[in-house]
Design a protein around this ligand. Sequence first.
Ligand SMILES: [Zn+2]
Length: 337
Amino acid sequence: MKIFYSSLQKKHVIRKEVYNGKAHSYNDKVSRIDSILKAFKQAGRYEIIVPEILPFEALTSVHDEDYLTFLESSQNLKNDEVICPYVFPCDYRIPRHEPFIPKRAGYYCFDAGTSLMNNTWNAAVASASAAYGAAIYTKTTGEPSYALCRPPGHHASKNMFGGYCYLNNAAVIAKYLLQSGSVMIVDFDYHHGNGTQSIFYDSSEVFYLSIHAHPLVEYPYFTGFETEIGIDDGVNYNLNVPLMPLSSPSEYFKALLKGLEKAFKVINPDYLILSAGFDIEAGDPIGHFNISPNDFFRLGKEFRSLNKKTIILQEGGYLVSELGRNVESFLAGFSEN
Ligand SMILES: [Zn+2]
């Protein structure tokens, strides 16, 4: 299988995040990339392709231009300067003032756990470019592809970053693929993809199915409920399948297959984009679904059996020691006929 990845994605290095008022080690570590690349090398059946930088219009098809300008301005930060927003303008009755880094960086941010540094922009663009390269490849050849996207994307909305995400990679390629067919995004990251949902919430352009930990108990807390089915033209094009943590793998597969069955009653897509979050893996520091390497193999097979032109995008997965093995296991399952 072809793998799309650029080493520019390693330039975004954040060491700490704030959780419950305390500093913790940042979960989106550069070593996540190393773990995945190592597993690919050991398996010996993957070809890595360095993508070209995507056209700016691909980003503006999803994100507001002022938001992109803001993110780009993070390049002006000093070396090793890290900005973690901590004040958020929640009162919409008062006029807003121009955002700027660092004091009003919360203007475009929804959590206090995601930071900016001077290479964030380049790394995020490289990550989106990996997704875009994979999409072009699959569109052209019909063959499946995998993009090692890091930073991830599914929490980023058209004008907000958070959850370690800055640019919504899945939404960017969905917009591109819509030019040649219909699109379904299936997001199996442990956390609800609030960003992707919000981008397509009022539209029937893209069907969004997410299976994730229940927002009653897990991040991002405010979205991911079953009652969120879309609005306006988007009604019935948004399907959330929330599960309580520690659901057994058999419950997980049952819920996923039921969700897919329901989705395919609404749409029979030409393209399938997988927001592949491996923080459902057993032992993940911030996920609790206990999915094993064998389960990932089965998961890959299940998605392959849908028989769609598929682009697989890396989202979460933070147990660095096991991440590569789990990703490879998923892709091996997907590749098996
Ligand atoms: Zn996640």
